[in-house]
Design a protein. Structure first.
Length: 590
């Protein structure tokens, strides 16, 4: 009995020990699981927070870029519209009123998400204080338009946003600032980021802002999106962590990394893509080019910068929307022409094409075939034509680095622009010595510097005057260009003395027809030479010699470039003797 009892006691102790050991293991496993899960959740939370911070900062950067681009583009639109209206003869007051009406219509018609809108304040007193500015245009609410503003006004957080805005304008002409406002009594304050720019000519402060709450909401949604994955992974790890703890941790890390990579890819697409054309932007293009150069499979490549010739003229003639359409059309043209190339829009109207693993000779033949020639597209029922210029260089036969390659491409492009545009040039060493200031001259600057009267007008229709230099304006004794256009009714027909008009136009027509019949299709310009009288604004009658040239312009059609010489200020005998060698004699005034 005693032995039996001891045995039973021993079994009882053993069972107790077994139960204790099993319980101990279970408790240890539970503790380990809790510790691992705590570490897991802490680490995951930190990663999610970091990812949220990256997402927030990236989106904020994009939002700021969008705000700045919208305001800067608006300032440029105002400036180009002002110049256009002034050239049409409107007074300063009429121009400002016209532009204000246009901005009113634009701002009130634009619709944005996330509380985004544009507004304009007009500064009355740059020293600040009460009534330092007036709210000129404001869509939200419109009833606030005309309200006087004060730099002492505080936002929902006690800050003075108008004082901040005025300081930015006075210091650097604009910039970013934030402020808080409370939509109503039942809602919390909303933080808003704003970009402002100063338009000095009208004392306007042009602003556009967006609510930061939208970015915070996106950050919160991303957290909610990731949490289910977190709980799911936690359950799996709890079941298998005793056997494959490291494997589970590695698996979760891989899974999380895939999510992070996908999110980073989305952010990279936003950061390195061009919204207008769908191509790479400058940063994306440079990143791709660096990758290609450092890849072992890249044996050689050719890079080319492309510039849309006279892009500003398209914007001025047809508007900025047509200009955007021209950029999209060029982007599509480059995709079709170079299907295997890396293509980017590096800024404004400049593009870049990178062709990989083709010989310089193959690339040269392709580029010479694709780049020259007129391109065209339809916009609002109009056919808009344009040309492009390109400059290219080879790696590694010419350049030894990405920076050097891009510098060579840039030099070759400028050589093409200076050489007459609508062409493509291969880099040569002598191109680095090109004087780039040659591109700074425009028609107006050159015409103003000519030592005589100069005129450009359409050959068809009402013979509209497109340009006249100061010499011609003074010859007609007009006050300025607007006065000259008003006096001549913007037509060449009112430059010629009325009694001479029929004879002059008939003479010009016959000379052009004769030269066309003689030259055939081999000539792209035709000259005329005629003498007639003009009547100045003060009533003086003067005799002039008209030396004209008819050319076909891609945007204006047929136009005349004309030199007009005042006979009274010339030595007639010397002029006639000098011109006696020319074909024909100017038709004289009867």
């Amino acid at each position: 009995m005693k032995t039996h009892n001891n045995t039973e006691k021993a079994h009882a102790v053993s069972d107790q020990d077994t139960k204790f050991s099993a319980l101990h293991v279970v408790l240890m496993v539970i503790i380990v699981l809790l510790e691992l899960n705590c570490i897991f959740f802490i680490n995951s939370r930190m990663l999610i927070r970091r990812n949220s911070e990256i997402s927030y900062n990236s989106i904020l950067k994009v939002e700021k870029s969008t705000l700045k681009s919208a305001v800067d583009n608006t300032v440029r639109d105002i400036e180009s519209t002002r110049m256009l209206l002034e050239s049409q003869g409107e007074t300063d007051e009429e121009v400002e009123a016209d532009i204000q009406n246009r901005m009113y219509a634009k701002i009130h018609s634009d619709q944005y998400d996330d509380g985004r809108y544009m507004w304009i304040n007009k500064i009355l007193n740059y020293n600040g204080g009460d009534d330092y500015a007036v709210r000129l245009i404001h869509p939200n609410p419109t009833s606030s338009e005309g309200m006087m503003l004060s730099t002492e006004t505080k936002d929902a957080e006690g800050e003075k946003p108008y004082q901040t805005e005025l300081d930015l304008i006075k210091k650097s002409g604009g910039g970013f600032y934030t402020y808080s406002y409370q939509p109503d009594e039942n809602t919390s304050p909303v933080e808003k980021i704003t970009y402002c720019a100063y338009y000095k000519d009208y004392d306007w402060v042009i602003c556009e802002g967006v609510n930061l709450s939208s970015i915070h909401d996106y950050e919160t949604s991303q957290k909610k999106l990731l949490l289910p994955h977190l709980y799911h992974a936690s359950l799996i790890m709890s079941l298998v962590c005793m056997v494959i703890t490291l494997f589970t941790a590695w698996g979760f890390a891989s899974r999380y990394n895939r999510v992070l990579v996908r999110k980073n890819k989305e952010l990279n697409d936003m950061a390195y893509g061009d919204f207008l054309t769908g191509l790479y932007n400058r940063g994306g293009l440079i990143r791709q080019l660096d990758t290609l150069i450092h890849e072992d499979s890249t044996r050689k490549l050719t890079g080319m910068f492309i510039d849309l010739d006279d892009f500003k003229l398209i914007n001025d003639l047809y508007g900025h929307i047509a200009g955007d359409e021209a950029l999209r059309h060029l982007a599509d043209f480059l995709r079709q022409s170079f299907p295997d190339a890396v293509i980017g829009r590096t800024g404004g109207d400049e593009f870049c094409v990178v062709i990989r693993n083709k010989s310089p000779e193959e690339c040269s033949a392709l580029l010479e075939q694709v780049i020259p020639g007129e391109k065209k597209f339809s916009y609002n029922g109009q056919t808009i034509r344009y040309t492009i210029s390109g400059g290219y260089a080879d790696y590694p036969s010419q350049a030894v680095s990405r920076e050097e390659l891009m510098s060579m491409m840039d030099s070759a492009l400028y050589a093409a622009k200076i050489g007459g545009k609508n062409s493509v040039r291969h880099f040569r060493l002598d191109m680095t010595d090109i004087k780039r200031d040659a591109l700074g001259f425009n028609v107006k600057n050159m015409a103003m510097g000519l030592p005589g009267a100069f005129l450009i007008y359409r050959a068809e229709g009402d013979e509209e005057i497109l340009f006249a230099n100061d010499h011609l304006i003074r010859l007609f004794e007009c006050d300025d260009y607007e006065d000259f256009l008003k006096y001549t009714q913007s037509s060449f027909r009112h430059i010629v003395f009325e009694e001479d008009l029929d004879r002059v136009e008939e003479s010009i027509r016959k000379q052009i027809e004769q030269e066309r019949s003689t030259a055939g299709t081999t000539q792209d310009s035709y000259d005329d030479y005629v003498e007639y009288r003009i009547q100045t604004k003060t009533g003086k009658i003067r005799t002039v010699i008209d030396m004209g040239r008819l050319v076909d312009d891609v945007h204006y059609g047929e136009i005349f470039y004309v030199f007009i010489l005042d006979v009274e200020k010339l030595n007639r005998e010397h002029i006639l003797e000098s011109l006696s060698g020319m074909s024909g004699t100017p038709e004289r005034v009867n």
